[in-house]
Design a protein around this ligand. Structure first.
Ligand code: ARG
Length: 463
């Protein structure tokens, strides 16, 4: 056996060493060192089980725990010597432990395979990171609720097809995103639930020749249940897909929001002003204030989609059970975790400092016939059939456009030429400020309905 492979933890059956390119392809330590905490937690509990089973003596068990604690501290302080030839985080930790404590370290891998070990580490990692992302996401939702409460009565045009449609409350618009993010939180939680099943104790694929106490492992690693099929346990990464899907969807929501913030901060819209802390200048055009944070969040959504498709593609052709391709699950996962966290922080920073230009928003509602539907409904209440009232309302818009006038400049005589049923109560109907209050359906943009949805979401998020 060559020197090179004799040093490997799996080197026994090899005559010659792996080539340089094999080593470079094989290694994952460059990215999976992130899993050290979960790997050490898993090894300690596994060692506890082996001790209970009489495979490790009390002394050996305590040496392993102390050894692993020491390694954890070194990794945290940055002084641990990671070796590429040791492939991954699991073998780096185990080999260093064995160098330090001898035989006890060599017994640690009894009744375990790297296949159930890595699946356990990744599941623990997804669970841990979901808690952090969940907290950020809750902060964002609460911020949107807060902005909505503080600006409950500001109105702006609501759009369909990017054309002015009907007046809406700014708070209603913000709450639309808050609801989307609340569903993202549910998706995040369900992906964490999917990760919450224990693979450890299954060995390489078939189970092990020891009476592993998987219930002990489950309880001490904090999983809610165990995976009941050892082949399933080591072969799937569907829980990672769930997380990546959550990331892709929240990316879509953040990206759409950013697109609006970018649009609203243009001089043409001028609905908001983003703070200096989230904008940048141009090296050539002195007047520029660019919404880079919003653009970058919108742009980063691309990699969130890419990561989901990367893993779907990796998984689609894999026969049972573990195949080395599965090592490629980590970079997309780590990247999406980091990207979603960073983007959420960016969203929070951007929205906290956003100046809302309520007068500009209001004048946009007054300019664009946003109450044409209210005008039609007014006629319906005066017993004109809706199709006819729609036609009349449309001709009034056409008339105003031709005359270059707004609704509010029309006198009762002007209106009577289109229908005899118009009376002086029409003035209030044409006023966009009154339009939102006339919305009576549940979930609408009237003040009482917006306050009610705020109340409901607040309870849902914070309970
Ligand atoms: N680094 C490997 C991975 O991430 C660990 C499992 C290796 N298992 C094996 N049979 N080579 O998938």
């Amino acid at each position: 056996m060559s020197d090179k492979n004799s040093k490997k933890l799996w080197g026994g059956r090899f005559k010659s060493g792996s080539s340089d390119v094999t080593e470079r392809l094989s290694q994952s330590i460059a990215f999976d060192s992130k899993l050290y905490r979960q790997d050490i937690r898993g090894s300690k509990v596994h060692a506890g089980m082996l001790n209970k089973m009489g495979i490790l003596s009390d002394g050996e068990y305590s040496d392993i725990v102390k050894g692993l604690d020491g390694i954890e501290k070194e990794i945290e302080s940055g002084s641990f010597d990671f070796q590429t030839s040791r492939e991954d985080i699991h073998m780096n930790i185990e080999a260093t432990l064995t160098e330090r404590i001898g035989d006890a370290g060599k017994r640690l891998h009894t009744g375990r395979s790297r296949n159930d070990q890595v699946a356990t580490d990744v599941r623990l990692y997804v669970k841990d990171e979901s808690v952090k992302i969940g907290a950020l996401l809750k902060d964002l939702i609460n911020l949107l609720i807060d902005i909505s409460e503080k600006n409950i009565d500001i109105i702006l045009p609501g759009y369909t097809h990017m054309q002015v449609a009907q007046p809406v409350r700014f708070s209603h618009h913000m709450m639309a995103y808050a609801w989307k993010f609340s569903r993202d939180l549910r998706r995040l939680r369900s992906s964490a639930d999917a990760a919450d099943f224990l693979p450890l104790g299954c060995g390489a694929l078939a189970g092990v020749n020891y009476k592993n106490d998987r219930e002990y492992l489950r309880e001490n690693l904090g999983f809610s249940d165990i995976i009941m099929n050892s082949m399933d346990a080591v072969s799937d990464r569907d829980f990672v897909l769930d997380f990546l899907y959550f990331s892709a969807v929240i990316g879509t929501h953040m990206s759409r929001f950013c697109e609006e913030l970018i649009l609203w901060s243009t001089s043409e819209f001028n609905f908001i002003r983003l703070s200096d802390s989230v904008t940048t200048g141009s090296s050539i055009m002195p007047q520029k204030k660019n919404p880079d944070v919003a653009e970058l969040i919108r742009g980063k959504t691309g990699r969130l989609y890419g990561n989901l498709f990367t893993l779907l593609t990796i998984l689609k052709g894999l026969p049972m059970t573990y195949n080395r391709d599965l090592q490629e699950d980590k970079e997309p996962l780590f990247d999406s975790i980091e990207t979603v966290g960073l983007c959420l922080e960016g969203m929070i920073e951007m929205l906290s400092g956003m100046e809302i230009k309520k007068d500009v928003m209001k004048s946009a509602v007054y300019r664009n016939f946003s109450t044409a539907t209210d005008l039609a409904d007014y006629l319906v209440k005066k017993n004109v059939p809706f199709r006819e009232s729609h036609e009349i309302s449309g001709s009034i818009v056409k008339f105003c456009e031709e005359e270059n006038r707004d609704f509010f400049t029309l006198t009762l005589e002007d209106l009577k030429r289109f229908s005899s049923v118009f009376e002086s109560d029409i003035t209030a109907i044409l006023d966009p400020a009154c339009s939102t209050e006339r919305k009576e359906s549940a979930g609408s943009t009237s003040q009482s309905q917006v306050l009610e949805q705020i109340d409901i979401l607040k309870k849902r998020i914070n309970d």
